[in-house]
Design a protein around this ligand. Structure first.
Ligand code: 8DG
Length: 137
């Protein structure tokens, strides 16, 4: 049995807000919202992959902070999603690839977008900590 390949999603935090990204592909997932990120390349750590993916997809530098407890099967179990919180270090996120819209959500706004189902537990875990967040100003 082949081990599921890891996907890392970034809960990017800035100024007490969480970044949500709307996917453009594949068709079945287009229009749904996710935590930006992607699959680990061979030899990468999850935080390392997250830094690379967010540089490529959003044009920003982030510092991964902590892993959200748990992991969630994706694509019928071929992939498994892990989520890390991350601090925005530099740049303003832009939907350069894989997304067509980005939104910064405050605690009371996190349910205002149509998240991929696998993301919801991690999003709620992060949101529950946003109120007292010391991230950003
Ligand atoms: N990036 C990301 N993918 C997610 C999340 N939630 C979720 O179910 N997925 C699914 C969607 C995809 O089936 C898979 C990740 O694929 P991806 O297309 O983002 O990965 P990637 O950037 O490495 O893409 P590629 O190199 O294969 O083109 O995980 C999430 O929060 N972030």
């Amino acid at each position: 049995m082949t081990a599921a390949r890891l996907v890392v999603g970034g809960a990017v935090l800035s100024g007490g807000r969480l970044l949500a990204a709307r996917r453009t592909a594949p068709a079945a997932l287009a229009g749904r919202w996710e935590l930006p990120g992607g699959k680990l390349e061979p030899g990468e750590t999850a935080p390392g992959a997250l830094v690379r993916e967010l540089r490529e997809e959003l044009g920003v530098e982030v510092e991964p902070l902590e892993r959200v407890p748990g992991q969630w099967p994706v694509a019928g179990g071929a992939l498994v999603l892990q989520v890390w919180t991350a601090r925005l270090v530099s740049g303003s996120p832009l939907p350069l690839q894989d997304h067509d819209e980005l939104r910064w959500l405050r605690q009371g706004e996190v349910d205002s977008v149509d998240w991929l189902p696998q993301d919801r537990p991690a999003v709620h875990w992060v949101a529950s900590r946003l109120g007292g967040s010391r991230e950003g100003s």
